[in-house]
Design a protein around this ligand. Sequence first.
Ligand code: SAM
Length: 272
Amino acid sequence: MAPTAIVGLVSPAGDSSKAAGSDVNGAGGAGQAWSDLAPYYEQARSREDSLDRLVEWPAQREVLGDVTGRSVLDLGCGNGAKLAQLARDGASAAVGIDVSGNFVSAARPGLELVQGDVNELASIPVLAGRRFDRILFLQSFGYATDPVRTLQTARAMLTDDGFIVLTRTQPIRYALERAEQNGTSLGEEYFSTKSYTYRTAWNEQIALTKRTYTISDLLNVFGAAGLWVETASEPQLSEEARRRHPHKQEWMNKYLGILIFKLRALPERPAD
Ligand SMILES: C[S@@+](CC[C@H](N)C(=O)[O-])C[C@H]1O[C@@H](n2cnc3c(N)ncnc32)[C@H](O)[C@@H]1O
């Protein structure tokens, strides 16, 4: 089953049927829900002890390497703050697309933040005819309703020596949470193909409904989109961060964190 997320609002009274009924196909459903969720997500992300600050962004930044003179496309860029940093680090062009349209205001030369849907990449005017040295899906790939098609479109926008950095939450984390909630086992939940709804820690009034995925699903999607994995990593807290934030280490010990993939295009197969 292809990994996909569906985002929905839950009423204050807790009517989760609204979440399950919402849909992300097109910017309408996801756009509205993420417009509501985005400020809470960014607030949580900016906390001094957020895992994004402590682990994820430093590891994502390292995989990106030197971006001086490089063009970067960030798909599902959130408020664009990571991209703004890449522009400060010397990226020649830094284009961010996000369905929420909730962007940082600081203008920088080369920084373009545009409201758009990762499911409609081919029809976003700012992307027409452009190529990028780095294309990012940082915790946003789950919102692609047709993951292979989305990755194929991104692959077609890569320069010859360009690469994609794609990160996803360890699927074991969600399986473990469901096993605890449902009184089932890790294996049953990891291999379940049923979508599931959970309230986000960013705002408990808002629920996400997600389709399950396994590590094999992810690797198969990459292959089907004509990409190969150059490196994969599972970043962890530094020794110093472990000492300063033991509760975060406790969380990581249980839920493992995120996966980071560096993907490159396979050569086109000659037509038969
Ligand atoms: C978990 S946040 C990650 C944000 C950012 N990439 C980061 O690493 O901090 C997921 C992002 O995906 C965006 N998103 C969700 N569905 C989308 C869609 N269909 N098209 C574009 N962006 C989408 C959300 O608005 C949100 O900013």
